[in-house]
Unconditional design. Structure first.
Length: 280
């Protein structure tokens, strides 16, 4: 009788838990549902009250018009170039810095790390103007250099990888050193293959941060041919009005690569957990 009661209580508890999770998930999805619905409405239907989540007559032409009204092909190319350059180089730079702070012993290492970590308390908006002045002095305005080079380094990414590197077993490195392996070979052949979960996580955040960056590309580009997708989405808002259906249609299209990359990288994230190596 007691076992049956416990089983019933467990089932009821699971039902309540999953019900709450479903409600929370649906609540989180409402803005995306509204965005997709708005992308298929006409201008007047957007402002109908009560708000509609299903348009009376879906206007699929909004997508074609939104992507042709402005040169979205060029915007996608610019953002794709940014992602293709920034993500691998940010992973490389951050992993090298994290390895030196986690595995290489040198005088003042902890002091350097804490000074380095303290820069995370500085708001990004504070360094925006100095960064712009440096880029302008170098003559990089309206170039891919300005869009990519300042994003090669991430304090948060270095901190994430450094903390993960500290969890890896030291005996693997010691065995490699006995065999005559250099520090870079240890880093490249041992540390990185065991760090796939952390690298996948940083890669996802790096892609999302680069793809969705708005303020910096807006600041360092002048010509329309150098704009990125986020700046392109914002171009549907003018001083006098905002074309909400076109803007939401563009936003839906821009969001698709983020979803695809997250789903693909998530598989590698799960797979990489099984390759994290031995624990001491």
């Amino acid at each position: 009788m007691m076992k049956k009661t416990k089983k019933i209580n467990k089932i009821i508890g699971n039902i309540i838990t999953y019900t709450i999770l479903i409600i929370v998930a649906l609540t989180m999805l409402i803005p995306f549902i509204w965005m997709a619905a708005t992308s298929l409405m006409d201008k007047m239907e957007v402002f109908s009250y009560p708000p509609k989540f299903i348009p009376d007559k879906p206007l699929w032409s909004n997508y074609k018009n939104a992507l042709t009204l402005v040169p979205f092909g060029r915007y996608f190319l610019n953002s794709a170039i940014m992602v293709a350059v920034v993500v691998p180089l940010q992973l490389l730079v951050c992993s090298l810095a994290a390895y030196s702070l986690a595995r290489i012993k040198f005088p003042g290492r902890n002091v350097v790390f804490w000074m380095f970590l303290s820069t995370m308390m500085i708001p990004g908006i504070v360094t925006l103007i100095p960064s712009f002045l440096i880029v302008r002095t170098l003559g990089w305005i309206d170039t891919y250099w300005a869009l990519t080079v300042p994003m090669f380094f991430s304090v948060w990414g270095t901190f994430l990888l450094r903390q993960f590197f500290l969890t890896l077993p030291v005996n693997l490195e010691d065995a490699a050193r006995i065999d005559g392996a250099s520090e870079f070979r240890i880093f490249w052949k041992i540390i990185l293959p065991l760090s796939k979960p952390a690298l996948a996580t940083l890669g996802i955040f790096s892609f999302m941060g680069t793809w969705q960056s708005f303020m910096w590309p807006l600041l360092v580009t002048r010509e329309d041919k150098m704009r990125t997708v986020e700046v392109g989405v914002a171009s549907f808002k003018t001083m006098y009005e905002t074309n909400w259906p076109y803007q939401m249609a563009a936003a839906v299209v821009v969001m698709i690569p983020v979803i695809i990359v997250f789903l693909v990288a998530q598989k590698y994230f799960v797979k990489g957990i099984a390759l994290t190596g031995m624990k001491e």
